[in-house]
Design a protein around this ligand. Structure first.
Ligand SMILES: NC(=O)c1ccc[n+]([C@@H]2O[C@H](COP(=O)([O-])OP(=O)(O)OC[C@H]3O[C@@H](n4cnc5c(N)ncnc54)[C@H](OP(=O)(O)O)[C@@H]3O)[C@@H](O)[C@H]2O)c1
Length: 395
C-alpha cells in the first residue's frame, strides 16, 4: 500500500503549468493507489480537464467558465465524475473535504477559492502568489484560523522555507530571492521598448504559464515574490534582497546573524517544490534531473538593475507603504499584463501603469477586512484600465 494512501487532495488550476506538474508528481508518488483526488479545476481547457479528471479518478471537475459547462459535461458523461461550472462552483469545490489543496489558479481569480480552502482547514500548497500579495496578513490569518498549514510552492519561497532552521527565526537576518533575470537580462530599455508578448514569454530556464513568463521578463514576478515573502516569513522590507542569478540553480537563500547563508539548489523543475509541498515534512523520491556540478562549472550573480526593471522598485514602495498597496500593485499589474498581451500598451508601459495607480491610491488605508482588499483591487483595476485607454489614445 502506498505511503500516502487515502490522502484527499484537490488541485485548483490543474490544467495549467503547475497543475500539470502536480498531477505528474501525484502519479510518481502512487497516483490513484495513494491519493483520493477530490476535485480538479480549470478554465477554458476543457479537453485537458476532462482527460485529467478521468486519469486521476477525481470525484469532481469544475470549469470556471460557465460557457464551458456543456462541453465538460459531455466529455465526462458516463464516467460518474461530477461536473460544475462558474465562480461559485469553484469556491464550493475548494471548500470540499480535502486534506491538501494545490492553489495553482493564475491571478486574483485564485484568491476566493484558495481562501475557501484555507478557511475549511486544508493544508494549502501555495503557487498562487497573488493571494498573499493582495490579501497579505488576512490570508495568513485565514490559514491559521482554519488550522491548516501554508506551504509555499514558488521555487524561491520553497527554497527559503527549506533553508529556515526550526526555532531559529529570530536569527534570520535576511532572505535573498534569486532571479534569473529573464530573457531581457542584458537588454537596454530601448531594446525592450518594442518587444511583443511572444518574445517576452520565452524564458531562458523555466517552462511556465504565460503570466509568470511575462512577469519574469519584466521582473514583476520578482516584485510579487518580494511581497509574498514578506507575508509568508513575516519579514521587514529591509530583510528582503534580490540577486540576479542567471543559471536558476540556487532557488533562494536565508542569511543568519552569524554570517551563515543556507541555500536550496536544484535543477529548474517545479516538481521538486511541488513534491516537497505534497509530502512535507518528508522528502519524496522524485524522478527529476539531478544537478551535475561538474557540468555546471560556475554560478553567476549580478545586482538587479532597478532602472531597467522598475518593478523591483515598485515592490519596495508597496512594502514600505503597506496597507492595500500590495493589492493595488497586484491588480494594476494584472490589467497592465493583459493590455500588453493584447498589444494595447508596450512592454515598458506596464510599469508606468502600475506606478501611476499605486501613486494615485497612496491614501487608501489599511486592509482590515477582505472587503477592503476587494474594494482596493476593484478601484485599482478601474484606474489601470482608464490609464491604459488613455495611453492607447495618446499613442
Ligand atoms: N508555472 C510555474 O512554474 C510557476 C512557478 C511558481 C509560481 N507559479 C504561480 O502559480 C500560479 C499558476 O501559474 P501557471 O504558470 O501554472 O499558470 P497557467 O499555466 O496559466 O495555468 C493557470 C491555471 O488557472 C486556470 N485559470 C485561468 N483563468 C482562470 C479563471 N479566471 N478562473 C479560474 N481558473 C482560471 C487555468 O485554466 P485553463 O488552462 O483551462 O485556462 C489553469 O488551470 C500563478 O499564480 C503563478 O504565479 C507558477
Amino acid at each position: 500500500m502506498a505511503e500516502n494512501a487515502g490522502r484527499r487532495i484537490s488541485i485548483l488550476g490543474s490544467t495549467g503549468s503547475i497543475g500539470v506538474n502536480t498531477l505528474d508528481v501525484v502519479e510518481q508518488l502512487g497516483g490513484r493507489d495513494a491519493f483520493d483526488v477530490v476535485a480538479v479545476t480549470g478554465n477554458a481547457n476543457v479537453a485537458l480537464l476532462a482527460e485529467q479528471a478521468k486519469a486521476c479518478g477525481a470525484s469532481l471537475a469544475v470549469t470556471a467558465d460557465e460557457a464551458c459547462y456543456g462541453a465538460l459535461k459531455e466529455a465526462l458523461s458516463g464516467t460518474g465524475i461530477e461536473v460544475a461550472a462558474g465562480r461559485e462552483a469553484l469556491i464550493e469545490a475548494a471548500s470540499r473535504d480535502a486534506d491538501w489543496v494545490m492553489a495553482a489558479i493564475v491571478g486574483t481569480a485564485g484568491l476566493g477559492p484558495t481562501l475557501a480552502a484555507a478557511k475549511r482547514g486544508a493544508d494549502i500548497a501555495l503557487a498562487n502568489k497573488e493571494c498573499l500579495v493582495s490579501a497579505g496578513e488576512l490570508f495568513v490569518k485565514a490559514v491559521a484560523e482554519g488550522g491548516g498549514r501554508l506551504i509555499p510552492v514558488d521555487s524561491e519561497h520553497s527554497a527559503i522555507f527549506q533553508s529556515l532552521e526550526d526555532d531559529q527565526h529570530h536569527a534570520v537576518e535576511r532572505i535573498v530571492l534569486t532571479a534569473s533575470g529573464g530573457p531581457f537580462r542584458t537588454w537596454t530599455r530601448e531594446q525592450m521598448a518594442g518587444v511583443t508578448a511572444e518574445i517576452a514569454r520565452a524564458h531562458p530556464n523555466w517552462s511556465m504559464g504565460l503570466k509568470i513568463s511575462i512577469g519574469s521578463a519584466s521582473m514583476f514576478n520578482k516584485a510579487l515574490e518580494m511581497v509574498e515573502a514578506k507575508h509568508l516569513f513575516n519579514l521587514t522590507p529591509e530583510q528582503i534582497e534580490v540577486i540576479v542569478h542567471p543559471q536558476s540553480v540556487i532557488h533562494s537563500m536565508v542569511g543568519y546573524t552569524d554570517g551563515s547563508v543556507l541555500a536550496q539548489l536544484g535543477c529548474p523543475d517545479m516538481r521538486t517544490a511541488i513534491g516537497y509541498a505534497l509530502t512535507y515534512p518528508d522528502r519524496p523520491k522524485l524522478n527529476v534531473e539531478r544537478l551535475d556540478f561538474a557540468k555546471l562549472a560556475r554560478l553567476d550573480f549580478e545586482a538587479p538593475d532597478e532602472q531597467r526593471f522598475p518593478a523591483l522598485r515598485l515592490a519596495r514602495t508597496a512594502l514600505e507603504r503597506g496597507g492595500v498597496q500590495g493589492a493595488v500593485m497586484n491588480a494594476a499589474e494584472e490589467i497592465a499584463f493583459h493590455a500588453f498581451c493584447a498589444a494595447r500598451i508596450g512592454f515598458l508601459q506596464m510599469a508606468d501603469v502600475v506606478e501611476r495607480v499605486m501613486d494615485e491610491m497612496v491614501g487608501y488605508g489599511a486592509a482590515l477586512t477582505m472587503d477592503d482588499v476587494y474594494a482596493a483591487d476593484a478601484e485599482a483595476r478601474r484606474r489601470a484600465d482608464d490609464i491604459v485607454s488613455r495611453t492607447e489614445l495618446a499613442a
